[in-house]
Design a protein around this ligand. Structure first.
Ligand SMILES: Nc1ncnc2c1ncn2[C@@H]1O[C@H](COP(=O)(O)OP(=O)(O)OP(=O)(O)O)[C@@H](O)[C@H]1O
Length: 320
């Protein structure tokens, strides 16, 4: 069952000064469509600034698209701030990257986990205490931690608190935005495994945002590759990573440690993406693409099925 569906969603932001007449618009997200199935994970990858977090905020209804639609369990997301929106927000929770300070330093772990239950008016005081206890256990924290303050916890323990807070209102969808990028590699693995276990147990749908392809491959059923606000390739996670088709995906994958039987070409990725206020005409990737030809500078490639397992937006892939 499709839990979340983004249909041709776009979002642009004004940049520069309107007084000096230099106002420009930056297109952060441009015609993005994706699905998250119940009990499954859709990963979004791409370099910094490609629009991953903006897509996540739109998916959660924390930001509104300028065009396109967001459907949650088949219905349009209610207007931001409305009563319906507030009640639906329980169903959709954000797991963000904990930088020390994102959690209120004056609150104990207990109080931090109880807070979302109080905000959403879940149960009475006794049932909330019971739920906090269950959540502590679910994320691998317990008696030793519940009266501690955030600064007394390790990064991994704080991320467990972030996860417990997100799970408190019993959501069906989690949007995880770089949930482990601030952590050491070994702790990253613990938190990612915890997330995968909890997903299995609770049947959660997850939109998992990260610039780290290894982690996205590990957790995702489907992967969406974004470049300058657009989806350049999306499909089954194993196909995207083992047989990437778009030159951008190939470059990202070839920068990963090689996997047995996986993609074994080296595709260089030089320079930085162009400024998002000044996107090149044609394919957004043409200025860095080793395969670019005239057509790539002239016309924007559509995202079209390449085979039954993925869609690709590239003129040249179809020529090969
Ligand atoms: N509120 C805003 N006002 C103006 N520009 C914005 C705003 N939010 C995001 N942007 C711009 O939109 C683009 C996409 O940002 P976004 O945070 O979605 O990218 P990202 O892929 O998540 O990046 P990162 O991996 O660095 O978090 C960036 O160029 C960013 O500067």
């Amino acid at each position: 069952m499709t839990l979340l569906r983004l249909e041709s969603v776009s979002r642009r932001f004004p940049v520069g000064s309107s007084i000096l007449g230099s106002r420009k618009y930056l297109t952060a997200v441009d015609g993005v469509s994706l699905n998250v199935e119940a009990g499954q994970t859709t990963g979004i990858v791409g370099e910094s600034g490609c629009g991953k977090s903006t897509t996540g905020r739109i998916a959660l209804g924390l930001d509104s698209p300028d065009s396109g639609r967001v459907l949650f369990q088949g219905s349009l997301l209610p207007r931001i701030g409305s009563k319906e929106w507030r009640s639906q927000r329980r169903q959709m929770q954000l797991v963000f990257q904990d930088t020390l300070g994102a959690l209120d330093r004056r609150m104990t772990v207990n109080a931090l986990i109880a807070e979302p239950l109080e905000i959403h008016g879940v149960g009475d005081a006794a049932s909330r205490r019971q739920r906090v206890w269950e959540l502590l256990q679910a994320v691998g924290l317990g008696e030793d931690h519940h009266m501690l303050y955030p600064h007394q916890l390790s990064g991994g323990q704080r991320q467990r608190v972030v996860l417990a807070r997100a799970l408190a209102p019993k959501p069906s969808l989690l949007v995880c935005d770089e949930p482990v990028s601030a952590l050491d590699v070994s702790v990253q693995a613990q938190i990612v495994n915890l997330l995968v276990d909890l997903q299995r147990e609770l049947g959660l749908g997850i939109l998992f945002i990260s610039h780290d392809l290894r982690i996205v491959r590990y957790v995702s059923d489907r992967i969406v590759v974004m470049y300058l606000g657009r989806v350049v390739e999306q499909g089954r996670a194993d196909v995207i990573i083992d047989h990437p088709a778009h030159p951008y995906t190939q470059a990202l994958v070839s920068a990963m440690p090689r996997l047995p039987g996986g993609f074994d070409h080296y595709v260089p990725l030089s320079g930085e993406p162009p400024n998002a206020t000044d996107r090149p005409s044609g394919c957004p990737f043409n200025s860095r693409c080793p395969l670019a030809q005239d057509i790539c500078r002239q016309s924007l490639p559509e995202l079209l099925p390449l085979d039954s397992k993925r869609e690709v937006a590239c003129h040249r892939v179809r020529d090969r």
